[in-house]
Design a protein around this ligand. Structure first.
Ligand code: ADP
Length: 698
């Protein structure tokens, strides 16, 4: 049955109720005028049309329509010369059953919407309306007649009831909304079926006497039910029944209703009504179901076509369907392209055909089953539908990697009926990944080797520096003694030479010292021996060290120290190294005639050392490398000013370890300023303030 929602439709044309009433008047009136007996008239009285008129009218006018219908019923009865009460009762009964049937049909239907005949529910409603209306209306009519002292034979009551039921079942569908069915039958077949039913009706109901002949019409009607749309069959039934009834009341055929109201006529009329009710009950539901099957089948066909097109358009995706036992039932074009097989070569086979033995074994182990596709599929799909990489073998034997998503297909009861395996060839991606992984591995090994080499270099530098220090100290000691004349007077030339040796020796020692500190910095082993110290003392010591070299220089050196002690928690020798480095740099890079100013200032929580000069400065573009190891500015190189490029990087490491910051500003040709900011200790020796983030100076 179709599950489509019924959509509101405009009601039948506004003139429908009037037309239906007119038809009631016409058929009812004609039947009464032409009939010789009430049996003939009742047999064709179209109470179903009155129900149709009620269905088609607005709720407000519906009572008026029913009343008019009732009046027509009473009028018809009156024409048959029955007494007034019986005529009125007939009209009342007709109006009652039509009203009731219309109410049933309109139940649950939105206002201004035509009730339909398309689903099981509609069918049930049509059946209930067609029987319930007469089942109430007819007894009311008969009850009034009996109450009025009239006589009602049971067989007559059955006839009236049956004719009402037939009228409802036959005529109300003309007022119901019926979906147009997909047209499958050509005009010739339709014409043939109509002609066969028409001819059959005439042959059976004009020329035959035996009731059994009536069944001859059944196959023809079933033909129509199977092939024609419901709407057309409803019309055909109405026309056929009208014809059969007309023939019977004109005393023809096996159900001829003669000119008396005797038992024979009533029985014939009752049998005819029964026969027609049976026919309608057979044909209408049968046609409806056949129509629905046709609709479902064309829907299924459309869906199959859609799925086929979607699958074929997926060129780069292999879609393989199997049945429950793992036999391939579907192999799309993408699968043909990616795996090299034609669909007809694999249909009916197991996908094991596509799996190399080792891969099948691996999958079976992963799934914990025997190496059979349907068992593996069942186990894997019960966990998750996550894509996995499988190795699939093409027809050519080439093995490719596919990203496979395996899912179960289930029937409406939830039983597994098969599996769908969707996959994409990801060999290129996997190869790229592998290559990338190999490259990463190689790179990691290279980095490790480099790090090892670096560590070895540091160790070498450290060892060599250590080994150099002792003999160098000894050489410098003896040289100093010689220069100082402790071992006797030297000629001026030798004295000069010895002084040069001493100078270069000192430089060598400073380089060795730098290298030793550097290796400790690089090894992260710059262990400080911190203690409270006065930075002013550190500056004074550094000044004493450089003072001798200033004798031959024309430099204006100013040292400005605060009166209060500049206490910091630090390692004396390390901070001396920093200050000395800044001092010597300022002196080295400031030509004669220039000025060097060293100041120590006290902030609330900080001690600030500033060393500024009016020297060569550092090119702007090189300033960001100032504190990196072995950096020497282009100016220093051009002017051949000696140095190793280690001092500032060591200074930064030392200042960092002290929780301070070091920075510089410089203008090429104008001069440079170096700043060191260290946390200040209170006189008590405790930090004046817990330091937070420090702002870099340069
Ligand atoms: P070195 O002085 O032994 O070369 P440093 O690490 O102390 O090593 O200094 C690195 C470089 O920074 C120097 O070579 C020089 O180019 C530059 N530099 C340092 N201080 C100054 C300064 N006061 N004026 C100009 N350039 C400087």
């Amino acid at each position: 049955m179709s599950t489509q929602q019924s959509t509101p439709r405009p009601t039948l044309p506004a003139w429908t109720p009037l037309a239906a009433l007119a038809a009631v008047a016409l058929i009812g009136g004609a039947s009464a005028l032409l009939a010789h007996t009430w049996v003939q008239a009742v047999a064709v009285w179209p109470v179903g049309l009155l129900t149709g008129a009620a269905l088609a009218s607005r709720p407000a006018t519906r009572p008026v329509v029913l009343l008019a219908g009732g009046a027509l019923g009473a009028g018809t009865a009156h024409l048959l010369d029955v007494d007034g009460v019986t005529a009125l009762a007939y009209g009342l009964g007709a109006a009652l059953q039509a009203g009731l049937a219309a109410t049933v049909l309109l139940r649950g239907v939105r206002t201004r919407t035509q009730p339909s005949l398309r689903s099981k529910t509609d069918l049930r409603r049509w059946l209930v309306a067609g029987t319930l209306g007469p089942a109430v209306g007819v007894p009311v009519f008969l009850g009034i007649v009996l109450a009025d002292g009239g006589e009602v034979r049971p067989v007559a009551a059955v006839l009236i009831l049956l004719s009402s039921v037939l009228s409802h079942l036959l005529l109300t569908p003309l007022f119901l909304r019926i979906e147009p069915a997909p047209q499958r039958v050509d005009v010739t077949e339709r014409a043939l079926q109509w002609a066969a039913v028409g001819a059959g009706t005439i042959v059976i109901f004009v020329f035959q006497d035996d009731v059994a002949w009536a069944f001859g019409l059944a196959p023809l009607l079933v033909w129509g039910a199977l092939r024609l749309p419901l709407r057309e069959m409803v019309v055909q039934l109405a026309v056929t029944c009208a014809l059969v009834l007309t023939l019977a009341v004109t005393e023809m055929g096996p159900f001829a209703i003669g000119g008396d109201t005797g038992m024979a006529d009533i029985t014939a009329a009752t049998q005819l009504q029964l026969c027609l009710v049976g026919g309608v009950l057979l044909v209408v539901p049968y046609t409806l179901i056949a129509q629905q099957l046709r609709e479902l089948s064309s829907e299924a066909h459309r869906e199959r076509e859609l799925v086929r097109r979607i699958m074929d358009s997926a060129h780069r995706t292999a879609i393989i369907g199997t049945d429950r036992r793992g036999r391939i039932t579907l192999f799309n074009r993408g699968a043909e392209t990616l795996l090299g097989y034609r669909a007809d070569e694999v249909l009916g086979h197991s996908p094991e055909l596509l799996l190399p033995r080792a891969e099948l074994q691996t999958l079976a182990e992963a799934a914990g089953t025997a190496p059979e596709f349907h068992r593996i599929a069942r186990a894997l799909t019960s966990e998750s539908a996550e894509p996995r990489d499988w190795r699939l073998r093409r027809k050519s034997g080439e093995v490719r990697t596919h990203s496979v998503t395996l899912t179960q297909m289930r029937d409406e009861d939830g039983a597994v009926v098969g599996y769908v395996c969707t996959s994409e060839d990801v060999t290129a991606r996997v190869q790229r990944q592998d290559a990338l992984l190999a490259a990463l591995l190689t790179e990691r090994e290279a980095v490790e080797r480099l790090e090892q080499a670096d560590r070895m270099k540091d160790a070498l530098v450290s060892t060599v520096s250590h080994e150099l220090r002792t003999p160098l100290t000894s050489i410098l000691g003896y040289t100093t003694m010689l220069v100082d004349g402790d071992l006797g007077d030297l000629s001026p030339t030798v004295q000069q030479t010895m002084e040069r040796i001493l100078g270069n020796g000192e430089r060598l020692r400073s380089l060795v010292e730098d290298l030793l500190v550097l290796s400790r910095v690089n090894a992260g082993a710059l262990d400080l021996e911190a203690q409270p110290l006065d930075l002013r003392d550190v500056v004074r010591t550094a000044h004493e060290v450089v003072a001798p070299s200033l004798a031959q220089r024309r430099l204006d050196l100013r040292i400005e120290l605060p009166d209060e002690s500049a206490l910091v928690d630090g390692d004396v020798s390390m901070l001396e190294r920093v200050v000395l480095n800044l001092f010597t740099n300022a002196l080295k890079f400031t030509p004669d005639g220039g000025q060097v100013v060293v100041t120590v200032t006290l902030e609330t929580d900080e001690v600030v050392l500033e060393v500024s000069d009016t020297g060569l400065g550092i090119p702007v573009e090189e300033q960001d490398q100032l504190f990196t190891q072995f950096f020497r500015s282009s100016v220093a190189k051009r002017e051949a000013i000696q140095g190793t490029g280690l001092g500032l990087s060591i200074a930064r490491a030392i200042v960092d370890q002290h929780g301070g910051v070091i920075g510089a500003t410089s203008e090429p040709g104008i001069g440079s300023t170096f700043l060191v900011v260290l946390p200040r200790l209170a006189a008590s020796g405790s930090p004046r303030h817990r330091r937070g983030e420090t702002t870099p100076i340069a």
